[in-house]
Design a protein around this ligand. Structure first.
Ligand code: G6P
Length: 368
């Protein structure tokens, strides 16, 4: 059963490797229904057409899934989207936005801050809510009008992996469904998005196959005290997630920056002892990112670059490159999440930390 380790050393490793299946299972109903309100529960056909904006509330890794989704909701559905850390939102002095959908994202469905943030949104006057959740009948889906259950299966490792990538699928389906309801998605575009989703489990498997190469990088990482992760726009949240994973399980201090912001501070930290991980997909920002990388190289920083197969990147002195599969378009963050999970996992292994139960952290945080 999914509660047993089988041939794996840790639940985190097992859960990382379960992603092709978790993703395929989560994608299956979307391929069957298309981008239809039916994916989000019985009330969705009534609620979703009225939605004029989206407010996302979440914590931790789930919050980073929301950060990716904000770009999808604005670019695909052309709806305004705001994202707030649940523990901050619940204490903010703000106001309800009429006809906005409040989306909570939570693996466990029991995170207290996220629940309290949702209640606060209701108290302000919000009345439309969607829970994206991995645990059936948990508190958040029970408190929400609409629900999308990710089909990741039980996640035991404290650091979230397969829940994150399946949340991204759910959020992409939300963006595309809202787009369709708003008349923003042509039949052709819908087909393209569905085809792209169909390819995701295979691309993720390809990324998992990079494990031996990533392990070699981890051998050079484990003695470091600090690391910097860079990404831009859709992939800045993946840089954040890479830094979070590394600090949670290996206890190496890591920070993420949108690469264009380097010159406003973090460049001062760069020297030969600071590895810099770059999420560099083959998208419109690749050339900009390359010049951000030059700035780092010029200060002696060693670069560890995750790029796509088709991006013509070459290794050079101080520039190490691992190639993930062919560029996955707007779904690329799902594929690029995998190598940073593996890097954190193998770095933690080298350091001998308790990967599945990092010190001071809990899987489900039901206290404030
Ligand atoms: C804890 C876990 C994280 C998780 C966060 C939010 O901090 O250690 O892995 O991302 O809670 O949890 P949720 O269940 O709401 O997604």
């Amino acid at each position: 059963t999914s509660l047993e380790l089988g041939s794996y050393s840790h639940f985190m490793q097992k859960e990382i490797h379960e992603q092709p299946k978790a993703l395929a299972d989560t994608i299956e109903p979307i391929l069957e229904e298309g981008f239809s309100p039916a994916l989000f529960g019985a009330a969705a056909a009534e609620v979703l057409p009225k939605v004029e904006g989206v407010l996302i509330l979440a914590c931790g890794t789930s919050y980073y899934a929301g950060m990716v989704a904000r770009h999808w909701i604005e670019s695909i559905a052309k709806l305004p989207c705001q994202i707030e850390i649940a523990s901050e939102y619940r204490y903010s002095e703000t106001f309800a936005k009429p006809n906005w959908l409040v989306v909570t994202i939570s693996q466990s469905g029991e995170t207290l801050d996220t629940m309290e943030a949702l209640k606060f949104a209701f108290s302000l006057g919000h009345d439309k809510s969607l829970s994206i959740c991995n645990v059936r009948e948990s508190a958040l889906p029970r408190a929400s009008n609409l629900v999308f259950y990710t089909r990741a299966g039980a996640e035991i490792g404290v650091a979230s992996t397969k829940a994150f990538t399946t949340q991204l699928v759910a959020l992409f389906a939300l963006a595309a469904t809202l787009a369709k309801l708003k008349g923003q998605l042509s039949v052709d575009q819908e087909k393209q998005h569905l085809d792209a989703l169909r390819l995701i489990p295979g691309s993720v498997q390809h990324a998992l196959n990079l494990e031996p190469q990533i392990k070699l990088w981890a051998e050079r990482f484990y003695s470091k005290h600090h690391a910097l992760f860079l990404g831009r726009v859709l992939h800045y949240p993946i840089a954040l997630e890479g830094a979070l994973k590394l600090k949670e399980i290996s206890y190496i201090h890591a920070e993420a920056y949108p690469a264009g912001e380097l010159k406003h501070g973090p460049l001062a930290l760069v020297d030969q002892d600071m590895p810099i991980v770059v999420i560099a997909p083959n998208d419109a920002l690749l050339e900009k990112l390359k010049s951000n990388m030059q700035e780092v190289r010029a200060r002696g920083g060693e670069l560890f670059v995750f790029t796509d197969l088709d991006s013509h990147f070459t290794e050079s002195e101080g520039v190490n490159v691992i190639r993930t599969p062919r560029h996955a378009g707007v779904l690329s963050p799902i594929v690029h999440a995998i190598p940073v999970q593996l890097l954190a996992y193998h770095t933690a292994l080298q350091r001998g930390t308790d990967v599945d139960k990092p010190r001071n952290l809990a899987k489900s945080v039901t206290v404030e």
